[in-house]
Design a protein around this ligand. Structure first.
Ligand SMILES: [Zn+2]
Ligand SMILES: [Zn+2]
Length: 735
């Protein structure tokens, strides 16, 4: 029995703020974390038991219908993590749960029923169910079977299952075969010995794994310094201590090598979670993990919710990467959630990066995280030689038609190709041209649904909105005045690819950006070709800056570093330093040293100045002063409020009312709990997907006071058909 616990608090995937109470039927043996099917109104809904309680606060409690699994799908620490997320990110617990679990776990569509061998003496409904199953050669989906017997189906099925007449199980499918990796041209696992620096870092983490308590580490190691080997050793150590590990990476399709290495070290024991999995694949992976069939889980952002039992180590690789922050729906940061999960579980967490987030490095200075450093590359390889080119000097007069590639970069590319080496050319903007503009009247094509220009894509001859995906054929003449000179302005990776093809007619050139990698698996395919040396020049957006080791790359060009610098975002400098350092780090990972050429109109900006010396601490010092002067994180905390609605005047009016109210509340606070209210103002992208957007930024030193005010705003502006208030705690993107 339930030790006197007759009721269960059940979390339903819904916008409800609180769990619902249900009565536990005497035959059910429940524990928190188990899935249950419960009645909600006239529907049957699958939820998760949060807690067992002795008494109900309400009368006339309905009973739980069934518990389909017989075991929890998440442990207590994961449940508590969900509750922490709900509170911290101001989201209903039901929506948090829905984001944490694969869609199939929220329903029951994957369960199948089949008749067992033998004769069973049953009658009535049970007989009819058994006959129905007997007529089918294969197992029948639980849902479709239930539809045939509208009354009393589940108790009857349960009775059949108890006498062994039917078998109920999860529908499983065969695992997709993983492509075999190509060993050549890929940096071999440095399995023999660690460098002294690696050894020191490993020992610190190992002590944490053995002590099995919460310990946060920042592993700051320059590109090519062998951070991955340190992770792998620590994960092996966790396994030998009977524990499991979780490793997060920004985008799993960009790191097939890490997957190879994990599979080599933990054969058959690697669970993989990422957004490209189908719902069914996610569901199968979840069950393998819950049952303890894997020793390690690797995945992108949402893998932080992987239900690993006996979790003993969490690693967040490239912890600075903004893809850990989800900007839609549940706006959480998986890196920060990882630290909280480690705390709840009681295990070490390792955040690794060559360019740590300012907040993380500051946490080390403040003594909250232990700093582990890898200052040298493995095998005594040198860091690449980085030079910055001032484009104002390259194209001094307006009569010179500026091209994307300066003569110096062009020559370097020619030389590198002649020597049979690979080059990487980075430009952080997709498409051919920024937009089309009339040379007579100046008309520019904009998206009808978003307040942004449409980007011109030459190969398809279309204009495309990079925010909502709306597209149309590119007009031949100005739609406004009819003038034929309706021409491209600006540039993107597609134009860069054309320019490279002209410059290097014999080179094998490939482009990697969101336009060329729409198809599932196409990114991985490109990376594999790149690793095998089948591509001479790889052109791309920030996708190409991420961690893949290729021996043959000896030249990296950054075409226009200023692009990310000029974004309206206080992290613009940090992002620029990170992007350039990461892309530079792709060079010279083999025997031969690498060369990096960065083109910019502002090479003296501090975000660029420290890239050549690979001097993160020097960059950090300047960045920190900038943050301090403007009271940005880590000196303050931010909450971003955005009101959206289809009617511009209604949204504006509501935003102003909310702003006035917030200011009145904020002015009552004083000292450290003081809260600054910035705005309301139209969002930088004022109209997106047909909805008008206004924003307010809350800034404060004390997190709890800030969250309390944001929660009060949330309660004050309930969701209506006319507007909706989105709240983003610790925001990354504020466009
Ligand atoms: Zn649009
Ligand atoms: Zn015109």
């Amino acid at each position: 029995m339930h030790k006197g616990r007759a009721f269960a608090e059940v979390i339903i995937p819904s916008p409800l703020k609180e769990p619902l109470t249900y009565q536990i039927p005497p035959e059910l043996d429940l524990t928190p974390g188990m899935r249950v099917v419960v009645p909600v109104g006239r529907r049957r809904v699958t939820g998760v038991v949060a807690e067992l309680v002795a008494a109900s606060r309400i009368e006339r409690v309905k009973p739980i219908i069934e518990a389909p699994d017989g075991q929890p799908v998440m442990d207590e620490a994961l449940l508590r993590l969900g509750q922490w997320i709900a509170k911290y990110y101001l989201s209903p617990i039901g929506e948090v749960l829905a984001a944490m679990m694969p869609a199939h776990l929220r329903g029951e569509s994957r369960r199948v029923v089949s008749a067992s061998e033998g004769e069973f003496a049953v009658d009535g409904l049970e007989r009819r169910i058994l006959d129905e199953l007997g007529r089918s050669k294969t197992a029948i989906g639980l849902k479709s079977l239930a539809k045939k017997f509208p009354r009393g189906f589940y108790p009857a099925l349960d009775a059949l299952a108890r006498i062994g007449a039917v078998e109920i199980r999860e529908r499983t499918r065969r695992q997709r075969k993983k492509p075999v990796s190509d060993a050549e041209n890929v940096a071999p696992p440095n399995a023999l010995s660690l460098t002294a620096e690696q050894q020191t870092a490993y020992e610190a983490i190992e002590a944490g794994v053995v002590a099995a308590g919460f310990r946060p580490f920042l592993l700051y190691g320059v590109t090519g310094s062998g951070k991955t080997e340190v992770y792998l050793r620590a994960m092996e150590r966790a396994r030998s201590a009977g524990k499991r590990s979780l490793i997060l990476v920004p985008e799993i399709s960009l790191t097939p090598q890490l997957l190879d290495r994990l599979q080599a070290r933990f054969p058959g024991k690697v669970g993989v979670i990422h957004s490209a999995l189908t719902a069914g694949e996610r569901w199968e992976e979840w069950w393998r993990i819950v049952r303890g069939e894997v020793d390690v889980v690797v995945g992108a952002r949402s893998a932080i919710f992987a239900p690993l039992p006996e979790l003993g180590l969490i690693v967040v690789d490239e912890e600075h990467d903004s893809s850990y922050k989800q900007d839609e729906g549940l706006r959480y940061n998986a890196r920060d959630v990882a630290v909280v999960r480690a705390k709840l579980v009681g295990c070490p967490v390792v955040l690794g990066s060559a360019t740590p987030a300012v907040e993380s490095y500051e946490n080390c200075r403040a003594g909250r995280y232990a700093l582990l450093e890898l200052k040298k590359r493995v095998e005594r390889r040198s860091l690449p030689a980085v030079e910055t080119l001032d484009l104002r000097e390259v194209w001094p007069t307006s009569s010179d038609k500026p091209r994307l590639l300066s003569p110096i970069l062009a020559q370097a590319l020619r030389d590198n190709l002649a020597r049979g080496r690979q080059s990487l050319v980075f430009l952080n903007r997709r498409g051919f041209a920024n937009f089309l503009q009339c040379r007579l009247c100046g008309f520019v094509l904009r998206c009808a649904h978003c307040s942004v220009t449409l980007t011109f894509h030459k190969s398809e001859r279309i204009v495309l909105c990079h925010h909502c995906g709306w597209r149309q054929a590119a007009p031949e003449a100005c739609p406004h005045c009819g003038h034929p000179a309706f021409l491209p302005v600006g540039f993107g990776t597609e134009q860069l690819e054309h320019e490279l093809a002209e410059l290097l007619p014999d080179a094998r050139i490939a482009r990697m950006d969101r336009d060329t990698t729409v198809k599932r698996g196409s990114q991985e395919k490109l990376i594999r070709q790149w690793q095998r040396g089948e591509i001479d020049v790889l052109v791309g957006t920030q996708m190409i800056t991420k961690g893949h080791d290729v021996y043959g790359v000896t030249l990296v060009g950054a075409v226009l570093a200023d692009l990310s610098l000029n974004l309206p975002d206080f992290r613009a400098g940090e992002r620029t330093f990170q992007l350039l350092s990461q892309v530079a780090g792709r060079a010279g990972r083999g025997e031969e040293p690498g060369r990096v050429i960065i083109q910019s109109y502002d090479p003296q900006h501090y975000a660029l100045r420290h890239v050549p010396a690979h001097d993160y601490p020097a960059f950090f010092a300047e960045e920190l002063e900038f943050r301090r002067a403007l009271n940005y994180p880590p000196f303050s905390r931010l909450v971003h409020l955005r009101l959206e609605g289809a009617q511009a005047p209604a949204v504006e009016k509501q935003a102003k009312l909310l702003g006035d109210w917030l200011r009145a509340q904020g002015s009552r606070s004083a000292g450290d709990s003081q809260i600054e209210v910035l705005g309301p103002a139209p969002a930088p992208i004022m109209k997106l997907r047909g909805r008008f957007r206004w924003q307010i930024l809350l800034k404060g030193k004390k997190g709890p006071a800030l969250l309390a005010l944001a929660a009060a705003a949330q309660a004050r502006v309930p969701r209506t058909s006319r507007w909706r208030l989105h709240i983003d705690v610790d925001p990354y993107s504020m466009l």
